[in-house]
Write a protein that binds this ligand. Structure first.
Ligand code: GDP
Length: 230
């Protein structure tokens, strides 16, 4: 067990299905994410994507899902909060070099209610290009609000990930806002839906940026994908 069994019933771990974690790998993940994360590039169109190098982990999700908060909790700094305060940067793909071992990639949030059609088309074109062509891309973390589960707005991206054959995992956010019985139901629904998606990992990560739950587990998993990792 990983010591995170507090009151989640069947979803007694920050990872579902529950599994034990290796303390050495957890420590390696923690150390990696304690390193400096440096903004290296922003791409508003395919031609602006930086050259490939480090293994890449991308974070995606609808706007307001808690993406900035989660990445800030992972890296222990207000990295994305800074970038989203810069005009234009929220609509582009942003690249952050983590300790020269991993590239953290912030995909622009989707699902703005008032987004014009041209903006949605631009988002789709840019993200599809990135997902289809990026050999360095190891994993996409698709963030889903644990109060709502997977929504219609998320499914086009899941279809794109399946079509591009990009390995992805669901990370539930804001679990501190959900009662444990409701969370167990959402996790079951998500896990059942993932079974039909060829590129999706079966593991669902349960996180709260506010309470720092599930952060160490995610650091461990993502750290294993770094260039010094397995
Ligand atoms: P983004 O648009 O996906 O980058 O979302 P943000 O990180 O800006 O978060 C959107 C809102 O959700 C903000 O009001 C955050 O304070 C809140 N939020 C984010 N993560 C958590 C969490 O783990 N728990 C709670 N209770 N609120 C959160």
């Amino acid at each position: 067990m990983n010591g995170r069994a507090e009151g989640l019933g069947r979803t007694a771990s920050a990872i579902f299905p529950p599994r034990s974690v290796d303390p050495d790998q957890t420590e390696a993940g923690r150390r990696l994410f304690a390193r400096e994360a440096r903004f290296v590039a922003g791409a508003a169109e395919p031609a602006m994507l930086p050259a490939e190098g480090l293994p890449e982990i991308a974070f995606a999700g609808r706007s307001n899902v808690g993406k900035s908060s989660l990445v800030n909790a992972l890296t222990g700094r207000r990295m994305l909060a800074r970038t989203s305060g810069t005009p234009g940067r929220t609509r582009q793909i942003n690249f952050f070099d983590l300790g020269e071992q991993l590239m953290l990639v912030d995909l622009p949030g989707y699902g703005y209610a008032d987004a014009p059609k041209t903006a949605i088309e631009a988002w789709t074109g840019l993200v599809r290009h990135y997902l289809r062509t990026r050999a360095a891309l190891r994993r996409v973390c698709l963030l889903v609000d644990s109060r709502h589960g997977i929504k219609e707005i998320d499914r086009p991206l899941m279809a794109m990930l399946d079509a591009a054959g990009v390995s992805y995992q669901i990370v539930l956010t804001k679990i501190d806002k959900v009662a444990s019985a409701d969370l167990a139901r959402v996790v079951d629904r998500v896990a059942a839906e993932l079974a039909a998606h060829s590129a999706a990992h079966v593991e669902v990560y349960l996180t709260s940026a506010v309470e720092r739950r599930g952060i160490a587990e995610l650091q461990e998993t993502l750290g294993a994908l770094a260039s010094s990792g397995a």
